[in-house]
Ligand binder design. Structure first.
Ligand SMILES: [Zn+2]
Length: 417
């Protein structure tokens, strides 16, 4: 900010207006935090700070974006808008021009500015810390790191940060911890430790901390290791609160058990179903949960999209598919994109959502489940849409409003005392 730039009362981005923060605002996205996790951790006495904070704060629930996956929801939270606006509808999509499955990690796929960029451009100090670097690139897009008012890095690559890419040299040295394994609770603890240190060193106006759901994929709510993870977060949140920050917590999506009585993943192999129905390899199933970190979920989630050749009848196939046991809903492209506010050009002819305890795969031979930590817990469907939306301040909201997780900046900045 130059000395002539005055701080505005509010900023506008993607058609929404946000009041300038009165105190530093820390928004936490707890990956895979089904509401039960916090409820049970508080009931068991594992979150003393949050339990006390909620006496004057706001303990709300909200709906996340479907597909209930990490990237579509993180980008919704930080743009304040659904995927129809920001464009990130999954980890993967089928590029209609090349016919190739393409990862959607690259900021070039982003169609909206972030709330961070809008505040930063208006003179705010902004800090973002994520678990995995793939998300960091999207969240930090458009920030001017040369300004000295923006920092964005991942715990995964905190030892490789530079002023030009991240706004900080050697973030690991600032945190003073080893770089954790990508499959660990420590990958998330690193984020909160970094957040506390950035709060004292930089005192950002806006901070965003986004964890990984390694614990939630493996441990059900109320179990000892889950409670330990939430106790860890509670400790750091109390330090951020003591430093004078307002806190607001939500989740990118929930998490449910997805296995049968035998303990094996309960999978509907959609490609096999479609091959039987309309011929081998006529349809093409895309699983937008697919990412390089398969140990969590084996690329098995509760949401899939299907591409069909022109000579087929999508509505006919949708009707047949919806009779398969364990499939909750099948939509055509227009219907599904309207229902879930998704970008039509990045989804297939059909959108398929499974039941609560089922997952969708392509074909059995295309899922290597040998690396999968069982029993499977996963997400992606409507059944993982309910998430917490928690503030350390009291919020005054219109009654009967359907809250979304991507309303969190609006609630925290415009509706909290
Ligand atoms: Zn997630």
């Amino acid at each position: 900010m130059t000395s002539t730039q005055t701080i505005p009362d509010s900023i506008e981005v993607n058609g929404r207006t946000y009041a300038w923060p009165k105190r530093p605002l820390v928004v936490v996205c707890i990956d895979g935090s089904e509401p039960d996790y916090i409820e049970q951790a508080i009931a068991g006495g594992h979150m003393p700070f949050l339990a006390a904070a909620l006496e004057k704060g706001s303990d709300l629930r909200a709906d996340c974006v479907v597909p209930s996956f990490t990237n579509p929801n993180n980008l919704s939270i930080v743009t304040g808008r659904p995927p129809r606006v920001h464009g990130i509808s999954g980890n993967f999509f089928l590029d209609p021009d090349s016919g190739e499955e393409v990862m959607m990690n690259d900021p070039k796929f982003l169609r909206a500015d972030t709330i961070f960029k809008a505040f930063h451009d208006a003179g705010a100090k902004v800090a973002i810390v994520t678990a995995k670097d793939k998300l960091r690139r999207l969240l930090g897009h458009g920030l001017d790191f040369a300004s000295g008012r923006a920092i964005s890095f991942s715990s995964e690559k905190a030892d490789e940060t530079t002023m030009a890419e991240n706004g900080i040299e050697d973030a690991q040295a600032m945190v003073g911890r080893d770089i954790p394994d990508v499959y660990s609770a420590e990958l998330s603890e690193f984020i909160f430790d970094a957040g506390v240190k950035l709060m004292s060193r930089m005192r950002p106006d806006i901070m965003y901390l986004s964890t990984t759901d390694y614990i939630q994929h493996k441990h059900a709510p109320g179990t000892p290791i889950a409670n330990q993870f939430y106790a860890m977060m509670d400790k750091y949140w109390s330090q951020l609160d003591a430093a004078g920050a307002d806190l607001a917590m939500t989740a990118d999506h929930g998490m449910n058990a997805k296995f049968g009585d035998n303990g094996e993943p309960d999978v509907i192999y959609l490609q096999e179903e479609l091959d039987d129905m309309i011929g081998a390899a006529v349809a093409r199933v895309i699983l937008p949960i697919t990412d390089p970190y398969v140990v969590h979920h084996g690329a098995l989630g509760s949401f899939a999209t299907v591409y069909l050749p022109d000579h087929t009848n999508p509505l006919e196939i949708a009707a047949k598919l919806s009779e398969v046991a364990g499939i909750a809903n099948v939509y055509d492209r227009a219907g599904g994109c309207a229902e879930f506010e998704l970008p039509e050009d990045r989804l297939g002819d059909l959108i398929v959502v499974s039941d609560k305890n089922k997952v969708l795969g392509t074909s059995a031979d295309r899922h290597d489940l040998s690396q999968l930590k069982k029993p499977l817990r996963s997400h992606g469907g409507v059944t993982e849409q309910r998430v917490p939306l928690i503030l350390t301040r009291a919020a005054d909201l219109p009654k009967d409003q359907r809250l979304r997780n991507f309303d969190i900046f609006d609630v925290a900045l415009n509706h909290a005392a």
